[in-house]
Design a protein around this ligand. Structure first.
Ligand code: FE2
Length: 296
């Protein structure tokens, strides 16, 4: 398998980044990341400098996603592949590398309208990760900080970007009728053992937000339950209560952030192995659960 990339961080622009502090800090259980010069608020779920970068901006959506190459060769190969597939790349300058706390950065515009940054050498945080709310910590070693899911009307070109450009492989896909006449199609992609690092949903029309959700995977089932309790005790919408996904087998729930996008907190997803031969269609999102619970 091509274990050459890991999701490094997601950048989200919201009008007031500090408005999300209780959400990420007290509901999800992330810890503050390294401070940013431009006033961005950062969060992390492991020992790296930052994993979620909240910038002040009107977009109210993800504005960039970083993919970290595991070494210099993987970095160069990814850039070569993107260029060969016809995607323009721009090398980041020193200031941009410093802001992202990486040693190298090259960016390209993904077809779903979010900048994708290929980076190398994401710095460690100055203090080791420890979250009183998530005592078992999060699963990130060798698989990046979690996963992201976007909706796009440019579905075919996005597929091409992820496979031919970034070099990801499709894990499987979901195709079902949610209600009569409305079909849902989601493709799931991996670049390491995590079942999917990114998934894309085919949007029937331009959505107000392309970012559907960000997922953080805990090392302990109980930490999902405790996060669910904190979400339940808040007044946040819970679009999906506890359940288990059919394709990656993840036990999780979804809570809506005050900025509209959702966060999935999960545990126990299956891994993609070297001889992955399970790239097939699923016709249901969940084996059980994930019912719309509150304000969905
Ligand atoms: Fe997910």
């Amino acid at each position: 398998m091509n274990n050459r990339l890991e999701i490094a961080y997601v950048g989200i622009a919201v009008p007031e980044p500090t408005a999300l502090t209780p959400f990420f800090g007290e509901v999800i259980g992330l810890v503050p990341g390294e401070p940013a010069d431009d006033g961005a608020i950062t969060w992390r779920d492991d020992d790296r400098a930052h994993r979620v970068i909240l910038q002040a901006g009107p977009e109210n959506d993800a504005v960039f996603v970083g993919f970290e190459a595991v070494d210099a060769r993987a970095f160069d190969e990814t850039i070569t592949r993107l260029t060969a597939a016809g995607f323009d790349v721009t090398e980041g300058n020193e200031d941009e590398c410093r802001a992202r706390r990486v040693s190298r950065l090259t960016r390209t515009m993904a077809p779903w309208g979010v900048v994708v940054e290929i980076v190398e050498g994401l710095e460690p945080a100055s203090v080791r990760f420890s979250s009183a709310l998530v005592p078992g910590g999060f699963l990130t070693e060798g698989v990046g900080f979690g996963h992201v899911v976007f909706a796009t009307t440019d579905f075919d070109e996005t597929n091409r970007f992820l496979v031919d450009g970034l070099g990801l492989a499709q894990s499987d896909w979901l195709e079902m009728e949610i209600v009569e006449g409305i079909r849902l199609e989601v493709h799931f992609f991996h670049c390491n053992e995590r079942h999917h690092t990114i998934a894309i949903a085919k949007a029937p029309f331009e959505m107000p937000q392309s970012l559907h959700h960000v997922m953080f995977e805990t090392n302990s089932r109980d930490d999902v339950g405790a996060a669910f309790d904190r979400a339940w005790a808040s007044d946040l919408a819970i679009p999906n209560g506890l359940g288990r996904h059919d394709n990656d087998g993840m036990f999780s729930f979804y809570v809506r952030s005050p900025a509209g996008f959702q966060v999935e907190v999960g545990y126990g997803a299956r891994l993609v192995t070297d001889n992955w031969d399970d790239n097939r269609r699923y016709d249901r999102i969940s084996a059980w659960g994930h019912q719309p619970l509150r304000g969905a």
